[in-house]
Design a protein around this ligand. Structure first.
Ligand SMILES: [Zn+2]
Length: 404
């Protein structure tokens, strides 16, 4: 039952929220030994050292080089300011080449750390995002959908204040170390960074393109390429963890939750669709697939796409289903509680902030109606929560204090 999710110890702490306002802007973009001290070898959790420097920013920050594990001596490349903390077999050819570069290159060249001008950045993002999402020979309807996705990713990724506003009342302290787990192309982390000015704002993602896009988008953040189920971070390293639209793509989502609890004190988890909600928005755009086994789901989705004449093939649906998991909210709550974590459902709060914001790619009419009639919004939210079937899941979690 939704009401039972509210723990008395997890009530919004409004007085704390006011105290969090008005910290001063930090402009320090030094190398952060601080950051290196948070990172760990993904294989053995040993500490990492800088083994080789190939390029440095003017402030001494590592742009290209190699990190080495003190315990097991495994090596990890850093390219374009991004440590690639993955096993050798998961590295791209460019990443392997950096690892194989000769040690004599340890006379680092100095590279500029300038931020791109806004329209230059916009052009760069558009080119990169378009080449990632559009393919030659795409059917027209799918192309139109992908174009909308490109526009959203280029223009509206900054509109993530709703996540900050949802998390803020529950925060127990001003976060000095913020991590966006599976942060993709960035945006959400920037919203948190701008709000709290932490010493470390870190984004972790596995995708080699998204991490580079994220780094261009916000050079003030630390971006690492790594696997969420083998997070290369020290125990309790993170004060506030945020993860949106990630859990549903992890076959080992339980392993990711274990890592989340290990590395962070508290945070906001959001993913979707909820396994109980009868429609998949955003991935397959089809009904009932969330309730069905993959084989049946693929055929139902394919039928829907044929009726809508989108041109989507069964193979592409099957491929997407292979990396999309419909996890019921109750399963995630159970998994977190099993690990001694307190959890509260913040769907209703999120919905309130989301409908108040100007942009939403799909639910235009419904959103406007819900924004106009708060009582209807409450009714809508409560109904879905009681059924355990809110479309997307929003949870705030907090674990008992542990020594660092
Ligand atoms: Zn190691």
């Amino acid at each position: 039952m939704a009401t039972r999710l509210k723990s008395t110890r997890l009530r919004p702490a409004r007085e704390r929220a006011t105290r969090l306002r008005g910290h001063r802007e930090r402009t320090d973009r030094q190398v952060r030994p601080e950051t290196l001290s948070l990172l760990r070898c993904p294989a053995c959790h040993g500490n990492l050292d800088v083994a080789r420097r190939h390029a440095l920013g003017r402030t001494g920050r590592l742009c290209a080089g190699i990190l080495a594990c003190r315990a097991c001596d495994r090596r990890y490349p850093v390219i374009d300011w991004i440590p690639r903390l993955l096993p050798h077999e998961s590295l791209t050819p460019a990443e392997r080449a950096e690892l194989a570069a000769s040690p004599e290159r340890d006379e680092p060249q100095t590279v500029s750390e300038e931020q791109l001008a806004p329209d230059e950045l916009r052009r760069l993002l558009e080119t990169r995002v378009r080449s990632k999402l559009l393919h030659p020979g795409m059917p027209p309807k799918l192309r139109a959908r992908a174009e909308r996705d490109v526009a959203y990713r280029v223009e509206h990724t900054g509109e993530k204040g709703k996540f900050v506003r949802t998390a803020e009342p529950y925060l127990t302290q001003r976060p000095e170390r913020i991590l966006d787990l599976g942060g993709g192309q960035g945006g959400t982390l920037t919203a948190f960074r701008q709000r709290y000015r932490p010493t470390t704002a870190m984004l972790l993602d596995l995708d080699p393109d998204w991490v580079e896009i994220a780094r261009w988008r916000d050079p003030e953040t630390e971006v690492i390429r790594a696997d969420a189920t083998r997070a290369p971070l020290a125990d309790g390293a993170i004060d506030l963890l945020v993860s949106t639209a990630t859990l549903e793509h992890l076959p080992d989502w339980r392993g990711a939750l274990a890592e989340i609890v290990r590395i962070s004190r508290e945070g906001l988890l959001s993913y979707g669709p909820n396994g109980r909600f009868p429609y998949d928005f955003g991935h397959l755009d089809a009904p009932f697939v969330t309730w069905l086994r993959p084989h049946a789901a693929a055929h139902v989705a394919h039928l829907c796409h044929r009726l809508r004449r989108t041109g989507r093939t069964l193979t592409s649906i099957e491929q997407e289903l292979a990396v999309t998991f419909y996890i019921p909210r109750s399963a995630v709550v159970r998994e977190l509680r099993r690990r001694g974590v307190e959890v509260v459902n913040v769907f209703e709060e999120f919905l309130g902030h989301a409908v108040a914001e100007s942009y939403h790619p799909r639910a235009g009419g419904l959103k406007r109606t819900l924004a106009r009639f708060p009582w209807l919004r409450t009714l809508f939210a409560k109904g879905l929560l009681i059924a355990g079937a809110e479309p997307n899941v929003y949870l705030y979690y907090r674990r008992p204090r542990v020594p660092r």
